[in-house]
Design a protein. Structure first.
Lengths: 92, 413
């Protein structure tokens, strides 16, 4: 398990969770990452909350079958890019 | 440098061709080290994800070709040198900001020889020596009626102790001083989630906002903290619901959200796993572990449960109570250090007499029936491998097997 202040390892863990399609867990870890390391805490926290809520809405739409597969994939990838960009922003 | 990246890229392409899954992980590392344009870095991750999810050979081949193209693009990007920094270097710099910020491990609660007697029933909890630190999880285990809830209520200030002393060093409160403990001050920093969850009125959102507000989190911060904990614990879909509309599992998660929304220093949580299905148990325990570990807001967790293996998996320390006395109190990894035997659980439809016959060869010390499994005790030199090999070679149908030599569970037998 990564030490709490090991930014590099925690970043890598989140990357691998996303890459392994364990997106729910990756977003949770991203929330903890942002809370611990963000310097612009309020805006970054707002953004990670929006990412998490959007992802959960997307999952709900997928479960209900109200949105087509391609659109789901497209929106999911967009959210992933947004999450990764946020992580980059926290590090910068 | 240009030559170096070309050599690394050439090797990486061979790696991707040979083993695309492993290669895609290497590609992520390569992008972190060399890509200056963040989109290329993110694409490496998305391609690995797409490769994992590709339904057939054709789609996998297409992703593989994209990976090879991306290697070329990263090389070009690096050579062009936009002035931006690769991620690895940015991480190194960011790490310097946090290298002096070691995780906090202050003692939140400590007790010496703490006890409480119930004269009517004759039950007495005694000799509790505890140190609860930020970032640590302490699991309290024991059969029902052995003092777990009494201990929790003492720590939470719901009961007064009549033996020993207790202190909250982080909050500068000690029972042994003349003034005693200022419980109003202490209760502002500790959260207690009892086993029987009290009914809550109003919607979840209103309740969470109220809890945060009475702990001084107001205005925009209040809304943000509520949204944060709601998303962090996966309660988004239930925000407008009332207590009676929630399942047992979500009631627990909601009680947890109420406790965590104001970021307590100590969370006391009594039997949280009782109403959860297996998957929800794992989620809650993992969440507790990660939240306790927080760098900015670490907390100490005191948890009780009958789910021994699950608690052992996330706890740093274990306290085992039997008839109100401490039978074990230490780090999880210290459990079983002083043992004289190895202990295994075995599930099989084999008769006990037959099993004894097979195990005689291994100098069987003891065999006993415990529920649906046998508990087998053998000398220390008998490893789980040897035991299993013997059983299988004798044709025993092994339905379940677990080494509990270093588990608190052996103390229950």
């Amino acid at each position: 398990m990564a030490s709490t202040n090991d930014l590099s390892q925690r970043h890598q863990q989140i990357q691998l969770l996303f890459a392994d399609d364990n997106i729910s867990e990756a977003i949770k870890r991203l929330m903890d990452f942002v809370r611990d390391f963000s310097r612009d805490n309020a805006d970054d926290l707002n953004e990670v909350i929006v990412i998490s809520a959007s992802y959960n809405r997307l999952n709900k739409a997928e479960r209900r079958g109200t949105t087509g597969f391609d659109e789901i994939e497209q929106r999911r990838n967009k959210l992933l890019y947004q999450a990764l960009a946020l992580m980059d922003g926290v590090i910068a | 440098m240009n030559q170096e990246i070309e050599q690394v890229a050439a090797k990486l392409c061979l790696g991707i061709e040979a083993d695309p899954k492993e290669g895609s992980t290497l590609l992520m590392g390569f992008a972190n080290t060399y890509a200056l344009d963040s989109r290329l870095r993110h694409s490496a991750l998305i391609l690995r994800l797409n490769y994992t999810k590709a339904p057939g050979d054709e789609q996998r081949r297409r992703v593989l070709d994209e990976m090879l193209d991306l290697v070329g693009d990263i090389v070009e990007d690096f050579k062009n040198g936009t002035g931006a920094e690769p991620l690895d270097r940015a991480i190194e710099q960011a790490e310097r900001r946090y290298q002096d910020m070691a995780p906090q491990r202050d003692v939140v609660f400590g007790s010496e020889n703490l006890g409480k007697a119930y004269p009517k029933s004759g039950f007495r909890l005694r000799g509790i020596e505890l140190k609860l630190r930020l970032g640590e999880i302490t699991g309290v285990v024991g059969e029902n009626g052995n003092g777990k809830t009494t201990l929790f209520r003492l720590v939470a200030g719901d009961l007064l102790h009549d033996q020993g002393s207790m202190a909250f060093p982080l909050l500068k409160q000690e029972s042994s001083t003349k003034k005693g403990i200022d419980w109003v001050k202490v209760k502002e920093e500790i959260a207690y989630v009892p086993q029987e969850l009290p009914k809550v009125y109003g919607t979840l959102e209103e309740n969470l906002q109220y809890e945060a507000a009475i702990h001084g989190i107001l205005g925009e911060d209040n809304l943000r903290e509520v949204d944060f904990i709601v998303e962090r614990l996966g309660l988004g879909e239930h925000l407008e619901k009332c207590w009676s509309e929630l399942s047992g599992g979500f009631k627990l998660r909601f009680a947890l959200a109420r406790a965590l929304v104001w970021r307590p220093r100590l969370l006391i949580i009594d039997e949280p796993l009782a109403n959860l299905d297996f998957k929800a148990q794992q989620v809650v325990l993992k969440d507790l572990r990660n939240l306790a570990d927080g760098l900015r807001y670490p907390m100490s967790v005191l948890i009780s449960s009958q789910h021994l293996h699950e608690v052992e998996a996330i706890a740093d320390r274990i306290l085992f109570l039997e008839r109100g006395r401490v039978k074990f109190n230490g780090l999880v990894e210290q459990m079983g250090e002083q043992r004289r035997f190895n202990t295994y659980e075995l599930g099989t439809d084999c008769e006990e007499q037959e099993l004894r016959g097979y195990l005689r060869k291994l100098k069987l010390h003891q065999i006993q029936r415990s529920g649906v499994a046998y508990v087998i005790t053998v000398p220390l030199e008998v490893t789980h491998r040897e035991l299993l090999q013997l059983l299988l070679s004798e044709g025993v149908e092994v339905e379940y097997f677990r080494d509990i030599s270093r588990s608190i569970k052996q103390l229950f037998h």
